[in-house]
Write a protein that binds this ligand. Sequence first.
Ligand code: KIV
Length: 275
Amino acid sequence: MSKPIQNQGITPSLLRSKKGVSPIVCLTAYSTQMAKTLDPHVDMLLVGDSLGMVLYGFKTTIGVTLDMMIAHGAAVTRGVTKACVIVDLPFGSYEESPAKAFNSSARVMRKTGCSGVKLEGGSEMVETVRYLTSRGIPVLGHVGLMPQSVHSSGGFRTHGKSDEEAERIRADAIEIADAGAFAIVIEGTVESVARQITLDVGVPTIGIGASPACDGQILVTDDLLGLFSDFTPRFVKRYAELEETISEAAASYADDVRLRRFPAKEHCVDSGPNL
Ligand code: KIV
């Protein structure tokens, strides 16, 4: 693997300073080419463990490994000059102890050149977030719907509908922010919860399915592009229908090959020796 390039663009502290100033634009990326294309338009690129479902066909994110995150994280940083690149810590790589989380995060940062890591969790992760942030690792928190816990939290559903759950998510976000996270992703919650958290914490909130009340927004790029059609959550806005475009292109190519229309003269090199 080639040496990671240190990204000199937008830093976690710059993102943090955008709270109350301007909305923060974030998307996911898993490859160099996609990162290059998105970089001019976004403040942050997340190498999300959603790649397990989007790229690898897993049913959940549970099967994603640290090595997968490192390979895709390195690919993304190679394509970026401006955006802040954050890499997800996958299930099983950080929950056990703050020291384990530090080892995983240090490996990710050293091998990818990213600017920080994201981890899911609330009060149970406070000690870990404090441990990491006090040792030089910028942490993006993630509360509300936490895909790594779908098996224990009732699946992919909207969180914060009951008073008790709303209060727990709010408390989680406040504790994670107090522990030093530079921003917090709020996923799949009702608007009132996202709004209250955004008022209560001093760091930016980044919403996904959590309403415009957040300080910024993130979507899975493949959803936005119409590239991942297993299911489209209600909160996704599709800005393109690339699955259809790709299918049409592949069908045209197949026709051309079968009818011997491709390759044509202009696709051939004809200046070699006469054999
Ligand atoms: O894994 C991911 O892509 C994420 C975002 C959707 C927030 O966690």
